[in-house]
Design a protein around this ligand. Structure first.
Ligand code: ADP
Ligand code: MG
Length: 335
């Protein structure tokens, strides 16, 4: 059997339980946005690592070195945000082709350093090796959190409202712009920026995790059709998603209209938005919406509800009240 039969998540599932019996109490290993490691009675470390490989995750001619430095750290900080934690330290390992100009690496480190400074997360170490022909980047980040504030994918409760922190699909739209070579259209620059310069929702994650009515949380890296399935699987729940509520930016809609594309497909199946996807007690939603808007000057968008449908696990997509089938899946390496 080859890897493409079971895909990325099938492989992770296969390896994930081998180590369960080595974990101490309150330690969480493979399966969430970060591992959780207790420090003492009240605090935990959260740890994540993510890899970016040239021509798999980025095309060197399409993204600047500074943007790549930013993005490499941002995608890791996003997993820290998803846990409700504060980032503390990072580690950076690079596999570099021999002929790489030093200027490129300096620019890369500029982007990395600027984002590190913004979230007060110094680089503490890493590794540097030669790579045959592709640039390989691996970042690990350690964050810290009070034990009570850790938010897991498994924490969704019946009737919770499912929310996102912003419009989704822009990043996938930006990738489409790049792959079609349309980057000279100035109208679409903001979509490309969303793809190259994602902003980790650290402050939003910390704020949400401080609220007891916010239950499950994760970041949107593979697209909600895939990411929400992780929350549902870990929480053993189902969900209704109301397609007309999925927030789509004006820019993405304009782009889709101009090229006869369906903006909703980008929002559902496109990845790399790095917004937060979370569930909140339905009775607390109204207040949360107001307080969040007061604090951040932007809105949380409710898009669906957790259900306990024993006959149909997973996502029930609804369009104007009618159940419909979506055949698009989120991003999955190997399938
Ligand atoms: P995210 O998209 O949030 O970064 P992933 O889908 O990459 O999460 O990974 C899901 C879980 O699987 C995480 O807990 C991650 O640490 C774990 N994981 C992924 N690949 C491996 C691996 N090769 N070895 C051990 N754990 C892995
Ligand atoms: Mg994640």
């Amino acid at each position: 059997m080859c890897l493409n039969k079971i895909g990325e998540f099938g492989f992770i599932e296969r390896l994930s339980h081998h180590f369960d019996n080595m974990l101490g109490d309150d330690t969480i290993g493979i399966g969430d946005d970060c591992a959780v490691i207790p420090i003492n009675e009240t605090e935990v470390y959260v740890v994540t690592t993510d890899m970016l490989i040239e021509d798999t995750h980025f095309i060197k001619d399409k993204i600047s070195a500074t943007e790549l430095g930013h993005k490499s750290l941002a995608v890791n900080l996003s997993d820290i945000a998803a846990m409700g934690a504060e980032p503390k330290f990072s580690f950076l390992s690079l596999g570099i082709p021999n002929n790489m100009p030093i200027k490129y690496l300096d620019d890369f480190m500029d982007g990395y350093k600027t984002l590190s400074a913004k979230y007060n997360t110094p680089l503490m170490g890493g590794d540097t090796t030669k790579s045959a022909d592709k640039l390989i980047i691996n970042v690990a980040v350690i964050g810290k959190c009070s034990k009570d504030n850790v938010r897991l994918r498994s924490m969704a409760k019946d009737t919770d409202i499912i929310c996102v922190t912003n419009c989704i699909g822009d990043s996938a739209g930006g990738l489409h712009v790049l792959l079609k070579g349309l980057e000279t259209h100035s109208n679409f620059q903001c979509l490309i920026n969303k793809h190259h310069l994602p902003e980790p929702r650290i402050n939003e994650g910390l704020w949400l995790a401080n609220n007891k009515d916010v239950h499950a949380m994760m970041d949107i890296s593979d697209g909600i059709s895939s990411d929400l399935e992780h929350i549902l699987a870990k929480s053993d729940k189902s969900a209704n998603i109301y397609l007309e509520k999925i927030p789509i930016s004006k820019q993405l809609q304009l782009f889709a209209n101009q090229f006869g594309l369906n903006a909703l497909n980008f929002a559902i199946s496109g990845g790399e938005d790095y917004e937060l996807l979370f569930t909140v007690n339905k009775d607390a939603l109204a207040n949360l919406l107001i307080e969040y808007a007061n604090c951040f000057g932007k809105e949380i968008i409710p898009i669906g509800q957790i259900t306990n449908n024993n006959t149909k696990r997973g996502i029930n997509w609804l369009k104007n009240g009618k159940s419909i089938t979506i055949d698009k899946k989120g991003f999955n390496h190997f399938t």
